[in-house]
Every structure is written in structure tokens, then in C-alpha cells.
Design a protein around this ligand. Structure first.
Ligand code: SF4
Length: 100
């Protein structure tokens, strides 16, 4: 299965290509909607953080916020919706420090 959405970052596209050939596209982009599918792939991340604290978490603003994880890419639909309060995975990246 070819990835159905867009990944703008070439490094993330490379990661996606490698992981999808290893695990299959469906497992990476969909999960079960109730738990973070990235934990199965990468193991758990810091227990005191949530995905909303990760630099790879972003959202698209429409009538409400639709959170996404850059590692999962985006199908522009609910298959890749991501919960901001999900526990983190092993690919957690801290947000860059804000200048004071
Ligand atoms: S911790 Fe970061 S990389 Fe891992 S699933 Fe959450 S947002 Fe994605």
C-alpha cells in the first residue's frame, strides 16, 4: 500500500518508507484509535510527558484542532488523528527551548 497522504520533511519520509516496509503502512498510520500506535513500534517514552509536549506533535486548526504526529504522517483524515494526551513513544523529542 502506498502512503495516502503527504509528508513534507524528507527525513520523516525516509523514516516512513523504512518503517512501512518493515511493519506495513496500516499499522503505522492507523493504530486502533485508542492508544498510541507509535509505542508498539518504538517503545514507551518519558512517563512524565505527553505527546503534546513533543516537538513532532502538531495540529491542523479547522472548527477544532486535529492533532497529528509527524512520524505517522497525515492522510488528511481521521486515520492519522493523534491524541495530544497520549503517553509518549520512544521517539519523543523535547520542544526547543523558547528564548526569554
Ligand atoms: S511522543 Fe512524539 S513522536 Fe512519539 S507518538 Fe507522541 S508525538 Fe509522535
Amino acid at each position: 500500500m502506498k502512503y495516502p497522504g503527504d509528508i513534507s520533511d524528507p527525513a520523516q519520509q525516509d523514516w516512513f518508507d523504512r518503517m512501512s516496509s518493515k511493519y506495513g503502512v496500516t499499522r503505522i498510520i492507523t493504530g486502533d484509535g485508542k492508544s498510541n500506535p507509535c509505542i508498539a513500534l518504538h517503545g514507551p517514552g518519558p512517563a512524565d510527558k505527553r505527546c503534546k509536549d513533543c516537538a513532532l506533535c502538531y495540529y491542523n486548526q479547522f472548527s477544532k484542532r486535529y492533532y497529528k504526529c509527524e512520524l505517522r504522517g497525515s492522510t488528511r483524515g481521521p486515520a492519522t488523528d493523534h491524541r495530544a494526551n497520549w503517553p509518549t513513544c520512544g521517539k519523543f523529542q523535547p520542544q526547543p527551548a523558547q528564548p526569554v
